[in-house]
Design a protein around this ligand. Structure first.
Ligand SMILES: [Zn+2]
Length: 198
């Protein structure tokens, strides 16, 4: 995903029948989590799990930090909620996430029996809910998950665009100090070869 892949605009989609101020306040909490990801140089995506008016799990994208493809914000928030409740069954819980979930996170939400997913910005390249797939609408399963997209999408999109702009600026500065883009890529590769053996 890059910033050019992110749709701008605040287009509500899915079940928009009962969006409340509470829904927006939980999405604001998810945006705060996304901000924490940006602070450590991760693509800013955040998530919270809410049960009966209480946030019981939070997470933000840590894929690079943990070198773990499953360390998406949604997975970490689901894990935290399950730890809090002492059960993997989150059937009266809602998930709020700042970017449309991928297939992995959509499937994990079904497995966890999440009641409803609220997401902010759509992800035209990887979003499994309404962009590249309609996974939650089509999945034939014992448990169906409702969804609503577009809550605070403008705020989420801005966070992502600011992050990618800073990343481009940083790369340009490194290119300038190393002399070329090729030098930066070789420098990165050099970093990789310094990793320790298991
Ligand atoms: Zn995901």
């Amino acid at each position: 995903m890059s910033d050019t892949d992110i749709e701008s605009g605040n287009i509500l989609a899915g079940d928009t029948s009962s969006i409340s101020p509470e829904n927006l306040s939980y999405m604001e909490e998810a945006l705060s989590e996304a901000g924490l990801a940006a602070e450590i140089g991760e693509v800013p995506i955040g998530a919270v799990v809410v049960q009966a008016g209480k946030i019981i799990g939070k997470g933000y994208n840590r894929r690079e930090t943990d070198q773990d493809v499953t360390a998406h914000a949604e997975i970490l928030a689901i894990r935290a909620a399950a730890r809090y409740l002492g059960t993997w069954r989150l059937d009266d819980c809602d998930l709020y996430v700042t970017l449309e979930p991928c297939h992995m996170c959509a499937a994990a939400s079904v497995q966890a029996r999440i009641r409803h997913i609220y997401f902010a910005a759509a992800d035209p390249k990887g979003g499994a809910i309404s962009s590249v797939d309609s996974y939650l609408d089509n999945v034939a399963t014992f448990h169906s998950v409702g969804w609503t997209g577009g809550l605070l999408a403008t705020e989420s999109t801005k966070l992502l665009q600011d992050f990618f702009r800073l990343l481009r600026e940083r790369n340009r500065n490194i290119d300038r100090s190393l002399g070329s883009k090729g030098a930066r890529l070789r420098w990165r590769k050099g970093e990789d070869t310094n990793r320790e053996d298991p």
